[in-house]
Design a protein around this ligand. Sequence first.
Ligand SMILES: [Zn+2]
Ligand SMILES: [Zn+2]
Length: 275
Amino acid sequence: MFSLSSPHNHTPYCDGRSTAGAMVQSALWHGFVSLGFSGHAKQDFDVFYAMDEIREASYIDEIKRLQSQYAGQIRIWLGMERDCHSTADRADFEYVLGSAHYLPLPDGTMLPVDGPMKMITSAIRDHFGGDGFAYAQAYYMQLGNYISDYCPDIIGHYDLLMKNNRHGELFDPDSYRYRKAATDAMDQAIKGCDLLEINTGGMARSGAHTPYPARKLLAYWQQIGGQVILAGDCHEANQIAFGYELAASMVRDTGFKKAAILGRHDTLFEWVEVV
Ligand SMILES: [Zn+2]
Ligand SMILES: [Zn+2]
């Protein structure tokens, strides 16, 4: 196992359950060399799930306070997880994790792709002619365009929509049509960011057996020259390195020779050997 770190951690300023201080304590206990916080950035819908202006200010204050408190012990980074529909300004943060959680529907509502299955199947029936592939295509087109336009530092949970498709309920993930949509979006995304997280959050919280993204997509990302970083998408301090052994073995098996971690000092990323 290579040096432990994670750029993807939530606190009660958004939807996390453990305080930022408890996260840092857990990271130290696990031997992490650095730790990044990535509160859900401001958005003007689904507001309880993300930080509003007041919570964002408190979050920034608290992470800065922890940065000073733990200086010399562990480098703490102030980041945000910015959805493609967020309104947050990146200027106040040291890095941005860019991700897509929602798909705008023609009726003006926002569909959370990791939300309840019933919502997804109704939306596919009402807005995608019952075609699960069309839904997946729309998701990936939005994600690829967001990443190439916004250029975040890291791409979050690439195939999040698989949370509701673990047994092929919505579309066949091995089909050419699905893989083409996902890999075309990778070709687009890499123009704006070449660092993709291997996200174990679904393993910790919703019973997934493997991280995001699926192995085949990760292999494609490697082929086109993409890089990777391990990320826990952690909402509870005791799960901070959940699934990391499997994620690290996926990195090795897919042929990556190195992976990024958040820097121990002032450079945002360091590279560690994974062989
Ligand atoms: Zn997310
Ligand atoms: Zn997250």
